[in-house]
Ligand binder design. Structure first.
Ligand code: HEM
Ligand SMILES: *[C@@H]1O[C@H](CO)[C@@H](O)[C@H](O)[C@H]1NC(C)=O
Ligand SMILES: *[C@@H]1O[C@H](CO)[C@@H](O)[C@H](O)[C@H]1NC(C)=O
Length: 334
């Protein structure tokens, strides 16, 4: 092994390590906390003010806005592609299966964009607005604060097919959930932590009613729903009833960002199959993470701040790629 640590082999090894790091986090270093500190110093407070106003008439809006950031980032990175409407050249991600008649809050994103445009025209991207709105929404709902990294630019295209396949489904198996997160560079700690966003907001009966009826091979419900919760959900979502009726994702504190999501899972009161699987899949590595967040809210909050920054770093457009859209719903000059 005599020649194994010559300067050139050391250099090759560290180059290799650096390349590996870069390829795992392709643009981590390019987003910064102070990106708008001279060009739009009031951007965070504008975002927060508009959301606070919207909260007066819609207690669900913070949850809906947080979800938009997730659905943006999982499809070709955090690039505002979700926000583009249909046009002759755009097949909107809003019509993809996970979003159609489900993703909401686009009107509030427009209000935020309008307020920012009047303070700092042509400066702040729609992708960054989603990241800032996610942070303000969690904070205003009692959750953790974190420093948002900024400098994303907006896409010129949408990817409806990508939205159909990359965004996890509530009926995905545990292994599929893990692999859809892993496909965007997120691990099982990120999966368990970010699923904790289901501590607020709503889901439609269609997103979980297959669990309530004829779920097992002998016609029974999903055995990982507690008897109390099964009765409650069957009343809310009768067979052949209105599949758009809403249930609270967290039956204990529906509008609060806290760690009750995890204690719900421990009691078999997770609403979505994809939620309960994190705790009820035999010997899954996620079980101990659920237990630790249920026991310690501050551990959950700390982890959420880390994981949402990880999610926000998924292949953003930076530098001179993409553009700063004037209107989040369409590409400039189209
Ligand atoms: C782990 C995989 C995930 C799956 C399968 C999933 C699935 C879903 C589904 C089916 C709904 C209800 C949609 C409806 O019925 O209209 C929902 C709602 C929601 N999701 Fe997720 N989700 C996942 C992860 C996440 C993540 C990572 C976040 C954010 C960090 C998030 C935030 C939300 C929020 C806040 C709502 C409520 C939205 C509202 O009330 O408008 N979800 N999710
Ligand atoms: C995405 O899914 C929706 C709903 O299932 C479907 O109507 C649409 O054609 C799909 N789009 C693509 C590009 O696969
Ligand atoms: C239950 O599901 C099975 C197989 O998925 C199907 O053959 C059967 O008709 C269903 N029963 C009811 C009552 O829907």
């Amino acid at each position: 092994m005599a020649g194994s640590s010559t300067p050139s082999s050391l250099m090759a090894a560290s180059l290799f390590a650096a390349t590996l790091l870069l390829s795992l986090h392709p643009s981590n270093a390019q987003l910064t906390a102070d990106f708008y500190s001279t060009t739009c110093p009031s951007v965070s407070s504008i975002v927060q003010t508009v959301i606070q106003e919207a909260l007066q008439s819609d207690p669900r809006i913070t949850a809906s806005l947080l979800r938009l950031h997730f659905h943006d980032c999982f499809v070709d990175g955090c690039d505002g592609s979700l926000l583009l409407d249909n046009s002759p050249s755009i097949k909107s991600e809003k019509d993809a299966a996970p979003n159609f008649k489900s993703a909401r809050g686009f009107d509030v994103v427009d209000q935020i964009k309008a307020a920012i445009e009047s303070a700092c025209p042509g400066t702040v991207s729609c992708a960054d607005i989603l990241a800032l709105a996610a942070q303000a929404s969690v904070y205003l709902s009692g959750g953790p604060y974190w420093t948002v990294l900024l400098g994303r630019r907006d896409s010129l295209t949408a990817n409806q097919a990508g939205a159909n396949t990359s965004i996890p489904s509530p009926f995905d198996s545990y292994n599929n959930l893990v692999s859809k997160f892993s496909a965007v560079g997120l691990d099982i700690t990120d999966l368990v932590t970010l699923s904790g966003a289901h501590t607020f907001g709503r889901a439609q009966c269609k997103s979980f009613s297959p669990r309530l009826y004829n779920f097992t091979t002998n016609g029974g419900p999903d055995p990982t729903i507690s008897p109390w919760y099964l009765t409650t959900l069957r009343k809310l979502c009768p067979q052949n009833g209105d599949s758009s009726v809403l249930a609270d994702l967290d039956p204990t504190t529906p509008n609060l960002f806290d760690n009750h999501y995890y204690s719900n899972l421990q009691r078999n009161d997770g609403l979505l199959q994809s939620d309960q699987e994190l705790y009820s899949t035999a010997s899954a590595a996620t079980i101990s993470i659920v237990n630790s967040f249920s026991f310690d809210q501050s551990a959950f909050f700390k982890s959420f701040a880390r994981s949402i920054v990880n999610m926000g770093n998924i292949s953003p457009l930076t530098g001179s790629n993409g553009e700063i859209r004037c209107n989040c719903r369409k590409v400039n000059w189209s």
